[in-house]
Design a protein around this ligand. Structure first.
Ligand SMILES: [Zn+2]
Length: 474
């Protein structure tokens, strides 16, 4: 059986798989600066016979590794980027490696490695069983800033892929048909004129006034847009000192909503509010569009496939040592926050889990029809090929997203066993898609059905370059 070969390869190589994940965890590189992480994964998969194209879609750290030829073509994604400010050692109390430094608070060291290991395991079985088809592993940078895959999709790198698999660390084992918010990220640069704020204010034009008026306008707009939309902003530059009328100010907005067209409607309103702010403050401004993404197009066929493979493989159980670690870490999570996080997850039986540390079950699709408030660039892939991003239990219940607690668990045995499990789920599901044409056809038919009447139009302009220096520190 091809699955046994693939799963056997993962069991034989689990130490190496964990070593790669831990190295990526130590590198903890933020978006578009994942040079060492990208090289680590690309070199490893190249050693296993994949043809690797590096520096693609205008991003030096993006790569695609391909093995085999012809149809079907199965894609596997792996993310590379860490997060600023969540540096942490693999211990259950707060202890950063570098104070204020980056860390894998979203577990993308595991995300990247499970995809890579799953792809190599699939290739091992394909080679031995002489299975036709192609396996592609995508090294995807900058998920956190919603950049990597949006540019990779725009540049056609997923064209011809029949289905795509992706894994994300979480506190549950499941594969859902929920969706995520579509989004736009945009900066407004306002220009005015400096003057002495006390001695000569009539000569001044305050760019900060425009930023404040714009925020006010958006906050009034809020009441008249759909309830599910989320709009948030930060003032990046507001001036130098109070006695100088600020000639320059800058504000950064995210606009999110469950459907792409809803984002566009609200976004166009925000652009008009910026024009209105100019009129009121007598400023001028430029719009810097950074990136955008779609909402996730779910696929029940892929969800069922992944869940059945999870059950067949068996989800990890935790050792006494891991429960001790969890107990200690649990002290840093206020019980009321844990309760809210469980309630929000809507997992079955959450009310009875307040005193538990791990959810070791494999859950049925419990988020069907729900829209998560966050956004991901995996969604853009889901509009060009049937896609699933499944989750596995990599952390204790109540662990906040993007936190030092998440970083800690991504770098120790709780994350490790989830990584090995996820690699196997990718391998088994990928092989099912490669070897069962009727299954793949059903997945693709469902996808086409969901797309009916809807067209994917890249949310970013055709000539926009990736913001390579966005997270660079001088
Ligand atoms: Zn993530």
């Amino acid at each position: 059986m091809s699955k046994e070969i693939a799963l056997g390869w993962i069991d034989e190589n689990d130490k190496r798989i964990i070593e790669i994940s831990d190295k990526a965890w130590e590198y903890a590189e933020v978006g578009l600066l994942e040079y060492k992480t990208s090289k680590l994964l690309a070199d490893e998969i190249e050693r296993h016979g994949f043809r690797v194209e590096r520096d693609i879609a205008g991003m030096p750290t993006a790569f695609v590794a391909t093995w085999g030829s012809g149809k079907p073509v199965i894609g596997v994604m792996g993310e590379l980027d860490a997060l600023a400010g969540v540096s942490q050692k693999a211990v259950p109390y707060k202890d950063p490696v570098v104070e204020g430094g980056p860390g894998h608070g979203c577990g993308h060291n595991i995300h990247g490695t499970s995809g890579m290991a799953g792809a190599i395991a699939i290739k091992t079985a394909m080679e031995e069983k002489k299975l036709p088809g192609t396996i592609k592993f995508y090294g995807c940078p900058a998920e956190e800033t919603l950049v990597g895959k949006v540019f990779m999709v725009r540049d056609g790198l997923f064209d011809g892929v029949d289905a795509c698999l992706s894994h994300h660390p979480s506190s549950a084992n499941s594969a859902g048909t929920g969706s995520s918010n579509a989004m736009n990220s945009v900066k407004f640069h306002f220009h005015g004129r400096t003057a002495h704020a006390a001695g000569d204010p009539e000569s001044g034009i305050s760019a900060l006034d425009a930023v404040e008026l714009m925020s006010n306008g958006v906050n009034f707009m809020r009441e008249h847009i759909i309830e599910k939309a989320r709009v948030h902003y930060v003032t990046e530059v507001g001036g130098g000192q109070p006695n100088v009328v600020p000639a320059y100010a800058r504000t950064w907005f995210y606009v999110r909503a469950p459907e792409r067209e809803q984002v566009e409607y609200i976004y166009n309103w925000v652009l008009e509010i910026a024009n209105g702010a100019d009129k009121m403050a007598r400023t001028t401004h430029e719009v810097e569009f950074l990136t955008g993404c779609y909402n996730m197009l779910p696929n029940k066929g892929l969800s069922d496939l992944v869940i059945s493979n999870m059950r067949e493989i068996g989800a990890p159980v935790h050792t006494d040592e891991e429960i001790e670690f969890a107990k200690k870490m649990n002290e840093s999570i206020p019980p009321e926050l844990k309760k809210e996080s469980l309630r929000k997850s809507e997992r079955p039986g959450w009310e009875k889990m307040l005193d538990e540390f791990f959810d070791e079950r494999v859950l049925d699709d419990y988020r069907a029809g729900k829209v998560g408030a966050g956004s991901t660039d995996v969604s853009d892939v889901s509009w060009v090929t049937p896609t699933i991003e499944f989750v596995t239990t990599c952390c204790i219940l109540g662990t906040p997203g993007h936190s030092w607690q998440f970083t800690a668990q991504s770098g120790m045995s709780i994350g490790h066993k989830s990584l090995v499990f996820a690699s196997k789920v990718i391998a088994a599901s990928g092989l099912d898609l490669l070897t069962k044409p009727s299954l793949l056809k059903a997945v693709r038919d469902e996808w086409e059905e969901r797309l009916t009447g809807r067209v994917y139009k890249p949310p970013i302009p055709a000539d926009l370059a990736p913001p390579l220096d966005q997270l660079k520190k001088d």
